[in-house]
Design a protein. Sequence first.
Length: 677
Amino acid sequence: MKIYRTALKIQGAVLENGNPLPRFRDREQNKTLIDAGLLENEREGFGYQTGFRELPYLVQERYRRDLQEQELATVVMENDFLRAEFLADYGGRLWSLFDKKAGRELLFTNPVLRVANLAIRNAWFSGGIEWNLGQFGHTCLTCEPMFFARCTDPDGTPFLRMYEYERQKCFFLQVDFHLPEDSACLFAHVKIVNTKPESVPLYWWTNIAVREEQNVRVFSGSDGVICIQPETMASQSVHGFAHDTMPFLRTLNGRDGSYPQNLPYSNEYFFQNRPLFSDAWEVAAYNDGTAFWERSTPTLRYRKMFCWGVQRGGRHWKDFLSLDGQGDYFEIQAGLSPTQVHGRDLAPNGCVRFTQAFGGMNVDTSRTFSSWQQSKAYVYDLVEVRLGAEELKRADRRFESLEDTTPDEILHYGSGWGALEAERDPEIVPKGLVFPHKTMGDLQAPWLTLLRTEKLPDLQPDTLPVSWMTDSRWAALLAHSLEKTENRNAAALLHLGLMLYEEGKWQEGVAAMEQSLKLRPTAICCRNLASAAAQEEDWETACNYMEQALSLGGVEQSAVFAQDAIDIFTKAGRFERAWNCYKDLPQALKNVERVRLNTVQAAFELRQWEFLEEQFASNFAVMREGETMLLDTWFNVQAVRLAKERGVPDWHVLLDEVKAVCHPPYNLDFRMTISSQ
């Protein structure tokens, strides 16, 4: 078995410098969701800790639709049966799992790396297997470098370790990949460590993209599923969840839901598997007699199927993420909670671990396309032959015994945040993880200074912070530092304000930011106060602070000040101010996609038709999953024009008619709800 570094040449989007401005978490962290018929035992944790949360990470939204040839750092492990290739700078995505004996790819491998706005931090791409830790909405590590290291077990067999420090939840993530010489399946042994002395919300889903083909069929251990009720799909944002039984789902008016192509619109369902080895597995079986399978230890018991649907909006998304006609995929997933909108906690200083295995197999299609129960039993028997429950138990115990193995060689470096934590408290770092001091750089420098000198460096008035921190332990260090008058500066109070605000101490956070402003007015502090006021829907205060941010040179520091200002002015109903803000920008900033999108509503209210037509003709890279604002505006414009033709004073009364008879341009139509079809 070999482990080595190499590179993947691929046409891909270039991720430019990210958005430097922080986005505050939702004040309501426990989402209010619609219980449309869950069983009693399925209600626990429903909506828990599923509100938007991004900090201390920042949004990654600077990319375009055009592609350039890139050479991506990859790490490969292979034996005589499989070749696994990981994207080292993109969250450790398992990009390819190639069956060497069968000569075929087991995963959906995108022909391009095309980034779109689907994840917590915006940037996401389709294909392969992703390791989603942290927060609802994929992971903050999607487009971040990961550590990869070669390790050796006592028998002399090499294995591959991927690891990183996840800053939002303060977890250490360790995934040990094992590919024994005689194995036709890849093992991933996952260990997640809570470094804090209190419980922390835990989220994990392994998302596996596989090819979507005619008659592909999905199986897992349970007949019971949680699915989205069709009558709640009129909304893109809040869906209702109910219990149902496979395969004939009410969601589909009784059609067989085990075939993803029976789902006309974007949809998903979650298998409510028992905590048994016999339940914790999933298979995608194809028409050509091949199948992809995965199974795990029962800790990772729940499974999911997600597909984009076969109608226009879903097809558009698949092509949008790839090349036209080459993006057909769906996902089978494995998680720790009943659904992705169920939450749970990881105990104080606790750890969760599990082992998951992935592989391919051949199937008899006459048996995989039989009745649900017969086909499911047949498929599970095949999985058991490929990797029996007892064999998986033994492998899991063995992999656990290797968790503390010291790496032989670091093949790829991740971030410097693990090294910073090791500097703060070396006792919290798991034994098998190495974070070299040299990985620390500019992002960690202010915090290293705070740690060593007990003072956070100040910033020049026109300089933005290079990074943010939300860990309560660092907040305590900073608060202690500020007890000394000589340590009080505008930057320190700005950071303390953000830390307190993210902890839910909103008034204290605002007070600290106001103190920062008194010491020295800065555009970033005014903008943060504007964002806080916007969360209160205090639009006058929000607009006033945003005006101050602009007057202090915010736009010269970052284009994001402009897009935030336009957004706040628009939400406040100050459409003239929003439009003038856009008009006053230099051309380079006018071309920024999110600046243009944020200006659309103001332009409509002011009947700026030429501007709107330009946007309607554009193919935006940063269009958010579920975002229909541009399409809605297109319908509104058609209704206004039709009302003028007919002499109807109120264009709103024609909107339903327009939506029924007018076919929007394809580039605008990303609708995925049942009511849009």
